[in-house]
Ligand binder design. Structure first.
Ligand code: BDR
Ligand code: CA
Length: 309
């Protein structure tokens, strides 16, 4: 199995993403790293433990990472994910407390222990990843790849220009996109096509296991927000699609291109400027998802979540 580290800010779609990874034999989850983002770090760290309890995986360690962005003021998405980040009534307690080590050092050590082999799946602001790249300049070259849910080839969701994970730490995203690491970006232009509609939520509930039940409850809360804010029939399965990109890259269409993160104050702050047509003649620094087979993705997600307790 492919060794992976998950770095994110659960957040309900991060939790679903982590459950998908924990249910999938193609990957071996070495650890869950928490970062600030949807809610504050103590909550994202706790929610990592809750996800492990749901998956029945007390063997996987949790590490707390960075509690704020590099330069900008912290954002929160509690209106989208609830005050705790996991808006469900009956959640299990974390099976084990977080480990003593810092997520940033853990990332570095895990990559150095297996040069060229470690995949990092990042589903939150890139603060931990950027700090790891600064602390260990060899790290971008040591990772198999970084797969990030974030950014967009088009419009944003937090501002007209910027996607939440990019906006929550644009300077960190800029560090990662200029690092030379092998990078895949799964942005809003594809994730907004993967909607947890009422029918899909019902299919999750019908799985008959606790994970299906909890995912259905989380996605029901999320659907209310997405209906009201974006006029969709349900919430977008952003972060699970980044895990799917590792498990089943053939479900997405990829295009190599140059991506620059706008860190200038103003209306484009946090925008991932994607050179779709190569008009800037800059070397590609990322493979960007430009298409997705949403039906197959959801069918496979469902099949994997059915394997969990
Ligand atoms: C991203 O923002 C967060 O709210 C979600 O967890 C996802 O990672 C989507 O823009
Ligand atoms: Ca997230």
């Amino acid at each position: 199995a492919l060794p992976v580290i998950m770095d994110g800010d659960p957040g309900l779609d991060d939790a679903v993403a982590w459950l998908l990874a924990l249910a999938s034999p193609e990957v071996q989850v070495l650890g869950l790293c928490a970062v600030h983002g949807n809610v504050a770090l103590p909550l994202t760290t706790r929610n990592a433990g809750v996800a492990l309890a749901l998956a029945g995986r007390g063997d996987v360690p949790v590490y707390a990472g960075t509690d704020r962005p590099l330069l900008r003021a912290p954002l929160s998405a509690a209106t989208v994910h609830g005050d705790t980040g996991l808006p469900a009534a009956h959640l299990p307690e974390p099976v084990r407390p977080p480990e003593a080590g810092h997520a940033v050092t853990v990332l570095i050590d895990a990559a150095r222990a297996r040069p060229g082999a470690l995949t990092l799946i990042a589903t939150g602001p890139l603060t931990n990843v950027a700090l790891a790249f600064r602390l260990a300049p060899d790290l971008p070259g040591l990772l198999r790849e970084v797969v990030w849910m974030g950014g967009s080839t088009g419009h944003g969701n937090s501002t007209p220009a910027a996607e939440f994970n990019a906006l929550a730490d644009p300077h960190a995203a800029a560090v990662v996109f200029t690092s030379g690491a092998t990078l895949r970006m799964v942005g809003l232009n594809v994730t907004m096509q993967c909607v947890a509609s009422p029918e899909r939520i019902e299919a999750l509930r019908q799985l008959g296991n606790r994970c299906g039940e909890v995912c259905a409850e989380l996605l029901t809360f999320y659907a209310g927000v997405y209906r009201q804010r974006y006029g969709l029939s349900g919430g977008a399965l952003h972060d699970p699609l980044a895990v799917a990109a590792v498990l089943w890259p053939e479900l997405l269409t990829w295009q190599a291109m140059h991506v620059e993160v706008d860190t200038q104050p103003g209306p484009n702050f946090g925008r991932t400027v994607c050179d779709l047509y190569g008009v800037r003649h800059q070397p590609a620094n990322a493979h960007v998802a430009v298409g997705v087979d949403d039906e197959s993705f959801f069918t496979r997600l469902l099949e994997r979540l059915a394997r969990l307790p």
